[in-house]
Ligand binder design. Structure first.
Ligand code: SAM
Length: 272
């Protein structure tokens, strides 16, 4: 497929990067192909891309044979994306709008993989939304998302490390989360201030008898006062101190020393 270089697409459509929309574009097609390969074989699979911008990652996804639905908020990008629609007939559907306001369930009648290079705040809000809720497995088969490296490290963090907290428990209690690729700031145009990394998440079996809401309440209380002992931080959560006793968890420990299985154990006792 002979597509013009992304720099030319950006120049031809006047897509100067908007700071307000968190626009930092990836233009290296080899790098984009490597990112599109992270979710595994996408041929004929449904893919949700958020924030396609000038379409660099989009064209890499289309090259894998994926059926891409892309949600973009910046209408300036639509003509560039229309060119991709024409170059890959029947493979791309572009939706203009704010991804935070679109319900993906309304877009797909089959499971889909999510791939996105998003502004930090939008990415985190969508990520927590996709991982929350009682219904599991989710409609998505994997999440492949670019984050600031510091946020990516919090998502994949292990107990006993400073990065371990609510985000790690949320991402890992019923999913596998791994750091798939680090991306240097110089790979973006314009380069952001910080380094980035791609996280890849796949759903796993849900531990029986645990409410996601209850687990979130436990981690919120425990990490809300992460330097305090559990007997202090969990004091306000009815039944939590009794749950520690039932499970033989020392109430003098601090939140960051608890494994995800221990958090899940507490939530299971409280779920009743
Ligand atoms: N995917 C392109 C790439 O990798 O070069 C662009 C990445 S740029 C970091 C983020 C993109 O997300 C921009 O095109 C921006 O307009 C879009 N965007 C920002 N907020 C959005 C939102 N709430 N919903 C949909 N798209 C959004």
């Amino acid at each position: 497929m002979n597509l013009p270089p992304l720099r030319e697409v950006i120049a031809a459509h006047g897509l100067s990067a908007s700071k307000a929309l968190g626009q930092n574009f990836l233009l290296d097609e080899q790098l984009l192909d490597r990112i599109a390969a992270i979710p595994g074989n996408l041929r004929d699979r449904a893919v949700l891309e958020i924030g396609p911008g000038p379409g660099g990652l989009t064209r890499a996804l289309l090259r894998t044979g994926a059926r891409v639905t892309a949600i973009e908020m910046d209408r300036r990008c639509l003509p560039a994306l229309a060119e991709l629609e024409a170059a890959f007939p029947g493979q791309l559907r572009v939706i203009e709008g704010d991804a935070l306001a679109v319900d993906p369930a309304s877009l797909f009648d089959r499971p889909y993989a999510v791939v996105a290079n998003l502004p930090y705040n939008v990415g985190t809000a969508l990520f927590t939304g996709w991982l929350s809720g009682e219904s599991w497995p989710p409609a998505w088969t994997s999440l492949t998302l670019m984050f600031q490296q510091e946020v990516a490290q919090r998502i994949v963090a292990q107990p006993g490390t400073p990065a371990y907290g609510r985000l790690a428990v949320l991402a890992q209690w019923r999913s596998a989360a791994k750091l798939a690729m680090k991306v240097h700031r110089s790979a973006f145009t314009p380069p952001p201030k910080v380094m980035s990394a791609i996280v890849h998440v796949t759903p796993e079996e849900i531990p029986a008898g645990v409410s996601a809401k209850v687990l979130e309440r436990v981690t919120e209380a425990a990490f809300g006062q992460r330097r305090k002992m559990l007997r202090q931080s969990l004091k306000g959560l009815p039944g939590a101190l009794e749950a520690l006793e039932t499970l033989g968890i020392d109430p003098q420990r601090r939140a960051e020393t608890l494994s995800i299985a221990e958090f899940v154990g507490i939530a299971r006792v409280l779920t009743g």
